[in-house]
Structure formats: structure tokens, C-alpha cells
Design a protein around this ligand. Structure first.
Ligand code: MV4
Length: 514
């Protein structure tokens, strides 16, 4: 087993990985940028090293600096978390060259899944169900028109190097195709340095459902159940749950077996997620199609941990250390229901733009069936330089209804002052009749948000805390700000929460106007 692991990440996921290491008796090395000197992951690690200025390109994305710290600190493995270098095949290669184990799949598997056309070719060969379309770059608009006639409009143009929605174009008819192809190709070139674009039949209002897999380095691969990820906005997931309200045990098994087939066709090792689009037919059985495979631990992994009782980070580390999976597919049982809310530093009254600043008061939920994975603490300054995910609040219970009730209760206990958060959005989703009925697809959240804005004035946000508790919380916050001995009073305290760094807000605005 490894003695020391370097965590090449920040925020809640770095804390999550630190916890697993602590439980396993492995010492930890944190890395941090200039603005993260006081971050929670730095405080909780055994050793921490500065890796440069705030921009990720000068710190968390610097392979050379991170590998240098790994050598200097004597780390024998690196956990990349999600984002940053987690799906970078070059980095996985460089780790191997430096004699440090990369906790994740091989560079080969990462490369295959990084190219959506290569992945489609391999999966087609393996007999995995794909959305009808091409598995090669479109050579001309004429070829695009031919394929579109064959599979039927609407069609989706996608960048081979893409994923996550970038370089994607929905095309409704023949006369739109040529210009959509040109703009998709130039966006793909600008974003990825690769203009390759392919075509798929567009599934209208699909569900986005993904399957967790785990594979050891001895040829054993298992599936661990699905996560329903349809509630998202601008390709950013907001709430995920497991199991999906629309999948029965037969479809789950078929999807799980296809996901294992995908992993095996890629010679996949460690934790991975196979994404599917599920189309909805009122009259017939739902079809599912392979979309892409994410070659990392995902943000929403806790819902799978709760429904399977497994610790995915422990298992990732054990697999990377060369151990065999300690269980077989027949040992995996899925029990209960888990729902995750991604708590972001965002302003619900300002189109969910990022809202950085100092957390002046923080009251956090706990209690039965509640898990909280968080990277924030009272007095911490949320920087504007990274993804504004603050914490994940996960509700777990024996069934979906009770998981919803527990989350509603826990969200009411959350009190974050000094910055804006999207906590009120989750109260709305969990209170919504369509959500409660499990009527979800990838258009759900936009419809929910459109409902309140078309009703004129925005809905009054539900206060997180009511009555005397709220007054007490505000008083505590005021005293904290007024007390010169309080860490909260040191800087930004007198400026007030609404005057803190508008830099990020401006950045958010300019990106929103893109
Ligand atoms: C699609 C699709 C419909 N038909 N492909 C968006 C992100 C990228 N990973 C794939 N995406 C989609 N691909 C076909 N053939 C609809 C989407 C899509 C989507 C997928 C998952 C979650 C949210 C989404 C929101 C809009 C579009």
C-alpha cells in the first residue's frame, strides 16, 4: 500500500480524498495556489506546498510543479480528484515516467475516451448501443446531409475532442446544416485545437443517466448502479440522485452490463462513469445509448457510495496499489435512495452568477441521513479563480420520499452569510410536483426557472431559518463582525457582504454574455 499520497486538487474533493487517506493510514501532501493558502484542504493535510499563482494554468494545471513536489515530498502516488489534470493522459504518462502511481485509469484508456469518435468506433465494435450517426469526422457538408437524411432530423453536430456540450450544434433541417457545421468546426478548432466534428441523431428531451463502474488491474470489472443527472443548467449538473426514478431493476442490470462491456472494451482500470442518453417513449420501453465515458472520480460519487455502502476513494486507492477488487458483482446490493445538492457560491437573484467573498457566518446541517462534503469554513474567503462549488449536501433514506424530506429539513438548517448561495434553488426543486413525481429530463431545470420568471416578480426566496432561530443567527453574525477579536472582523468585515470583490461577478457577467 502507498505510504504517502499527493492530492493534486483543492476544495471539497481534496478534503474527501484526505479523509480516505487518513482512514487508511496514508500520509497526505496538499498543493495550493497563492489564494488557497488558508483553504481547508491545506489545513487538513499532513504537508502542504505552494505551487504558484491563482490561475489554474499557473498552479493546479502545472504538471511539472506537481511532479516536482511529489518527488520532494516522497509521495508514491497522486490522486487527481476531478477537473484539473484528472483526465489528462499526458499527466498520467508523466506520472508513470516519474515513478509515481497515478490513481486513475491508464493513459491509453483516457486517450480513447478523450476522442469521442475513437470511443464510438471502439464501442461500435464491442456491440454497445450508440445513438445512430457517424464515428468519423465529417469530410464535407454533403456527407453531413446524407447522414442526416438517413438517421432523420433533428441531428446533433459534436466536436470529437469535446464533451460537456462545447462545440455542439442542434440542427433541425437540411438548410441549417452547412452553416452549423462550419461554426461547430471553428468552435472546436478554437476550443480544442482540433476541428473534427461528427454527427448523431438528436434525442429530444433525453434523460441523462450514468453508470458507475470499477475495474481492478486483474481483469475484474463491476457496475455499481446508476445516477440520474438530468437536472442541470448550461451543462452544469445541479442535483443528482440514485437510483433513477425511471429505471427498474431489469433496465439497471442491462445498463450495468453494457457499462462493464464499455469498460472492458477500453481495457479500463480504476473508477469510471459511463454516460447514457435515455429517450422517453410514452408507449414503449425506454432506450439507452452510450454517450461518453468519464475517466475520473465524479463530483456526484457520494450518491453511489450511500446506495452501495462502498467507499469509492478507498477502492480507487486499493486498485491503484494493485489489489484485487474485494467483492464480486453478485455481492453488490443497491439499497435506499440518495440525492445530492451541489451548493455553489452563486447569486440566485442575479442569474446564478458566481458570488465570491468572505463567509462571515456558517451554520451547517447534519443529523439522520445527511452527509456533507464541504471545502468551506467560517471566516474563509471564497476565491474567484475556480469553480464556485462550496459543498455537497447529500440526503439518504430508505426511499426517495424520505430522502427528499430529509434534504428539505437539512437545507433549512444551512445558513451561509457573507456570500450568496444557490441553497434556495434546492428548496424549489424539492418542493416541485414534477420533481417529486420523478418527471425529469434535461430540460427540467430551465422549465422550472422559466416558471417563476414568467410569473412576474421572482418568488420570495424561502428563508433558510425562520423565527427566533434566524434572529439569533443574525445576532451571532453581527457580534462576530463587531468583535475585533473575531477572525470574521479582520478584513472585508466592515465592507459588508454586498461590497466584497465584484471582480468575480464581472467575470461571470462577461462569460454569461458570451
Ligand atoms: C446529445 C443530446 C441529444 N442527442 N446527443 C450534452 C453534453 C454532451 N456530453 C452531450 N450532450 C447531449 N448530447 C444526442 N445525440 C443532448 C445532449 C444534452 C445534454 C446531455 C446530458 C445532460 C444535459 C444535456 C443538456 C442538453 C443537451
Amino acid at each position: 500500500m502507498f505510504k504517502k499520497i499527493l492530492i493534486a486538487n483543492r476544495g471539497e474533493i481534496a478534503v474527501r480524498i484526505l479523509r480516505a487517506c487518513r482512514e487508511m493510514g496514508i500520509s497526505t501532501v496538499a498543493v495550493y495556489s497563492d489564494v488557497d493558502r488558508a483553504a481547508l484542504h491545506v489545513r487538513k493535510s499532513d504537508e502542504a506546498y505552494n505551487i504558484g499563482p491563482a490561475p489554474a494554468s499557473e498552479s493546479y494545471l502545472r504538471m511539472d510543479k506537481i511532479l516536482d513536489i511529489a518527488k520532494r515530498s516522497g509521495a508514491d502516488a497522486i490522486h487527481p480528484g476531478y477537473g484539473f489534470l484528472s483526465e489528462n493522459a499526458k499527466f498520467a504518462h508523466a506520472c508513470a515516467d516519474a515513478g509515481v502511481k497515478f490513481i486513475g485509469p491508464t493513459p491509453h484508456a483516457m486517450e480513447m475516451m478523450g476522442s469521442k469518435t475513437r470511443a464510438r468506433q471502439a464501442m461500435e465494435k464491442a456491440g454497445v448501443p450508440l445513438v445512430p450517426g457517424t464515428s468519423r469526422a465529417l469530410a464535407s457538408p454533403e456527407e453531413g446531409e446524407q447522414v442526416a437524411e438517413r438517421v432523420g432530423y433533428p441531428v446533433m453536430l459534436k466536436a470529437a475532442a469535446g464533451g460537456g456540450g462545447k462545440g455542439m450544434r442542434l440542427v433541425h433541417s437540411r438548410h441549417e446544416l452547412r452553416s452549423a457545421l462550419e461554426s461547430a468546426q471553428s468552435e472546436a478548432q478554437r476550443s480544442f485545437g482540433d476541428s473534427e466534428v461528427y454527427i448523431e441523431k438528436a434525442i429530444v428531451n433525453p434523460r441523462h443517466i450514468e453508470m458507475q463502474v470499477l475495474a481492478d488491474e486483474h481483469g475484474n470489472t463491476v457496475w455499481l448502479g446508476e445516477r440520474e443527472c438530468s437536472i442541470q443548467r448550461r451543462h452544469q449538473k445541479v442535483l443528482e440522485e440514485s437510483p433513477s426514478p425511471v429505471i427498474d431493476s431489469d433496465m439497471r442490470r442491462r445498463m450495468g452490463e453494457v457499462a462493464v462491456k464499455v469498460a472492458q472494451a477500453a481495457n479500463y482500470t480504476n473508477a469510471g462513469t459511463v454516460e447514457f442518453l435515455v429517450d422517453q417513449h410514452a408507449d414503449q420501453q425506454n432506450n439507452f445509448y452510450f454517450l461518453e465515458m468519464n475517466t475520473r472520480l465524479q463530483v456526484e460519487h457520494p450518491v453511489t457510495e450511500l446506495t452501495t455502502g462502498l467507499d469509492l476513494v478507498h477502492l480507487q486507492i486499493r486498485i491503484a496499489a494493485g489489489e484485487k477488487l474485494p467483492f464480486a458483482q453478485s455481492d453488490v446490493t443497491i439499497r435506499g435512495h440518495a440525492i445530492e445538492c451541489r451548493i455553489y457560491a452563486e447569486d440566485p437573484d442575479n442569474n446564478y452568477f458566481p458570488s465570491p467573498g468572505k463567509i462571515t457566518l456558517l451554520l451547517q446541517p447534519s443529523g439522520p441521513g445527511i452527509r456533507r462534503d464541504s471545502g468551506m469554513y467560517e471566516g474563509w474567503n471564497v476565491p474567484m479563480d475556480y469553480d464556485p462549488l462550496l459543498a455537497k449536501l447529500i440526503g439518504y433514506a430508505s426511499d426517495r420520499e424520505q430522502a427528499i424530506m430529509r434534504l428539505q429539513r437539512a437545507l433549512g438548517e444551512y445558513f451561509v452569510a457573507g456570500i450568496k448561495t444557490n441553497i434556495s434553488l434546492f428548496q424549489r426543486i424539492l418542493d416541485d410536483a414534477d420533481f417529486q413525481a420523478g418527471k425529469l429530463d434535461t430540460g427540467y431545470l430551465d422549465r422550472l426557472l422559466a416558471k417563476s420568471s414568467s410569473a412576474g416578480a421572482p418568488l420570495a426566496p424561502k428563508p433558510e431559518i425562520e423565527g427566533p432561530e434566524k434572529i439569533a443567527a443574525i445576532a451571532v453574525g453581527l457580534f462576530a463582525v463587531l468583535d475585533p477579536a473575531s477572525p470574521v472582523a479582520k478584513d472585508g468585515g466592515s465592507a459588508g457582504p454586498d461590497l466584497v470583490s465584484s471582480n468575480w461577478k464581472q467575470k461571470g457577467r462577461s462569460e454569461g454574455l458570451r
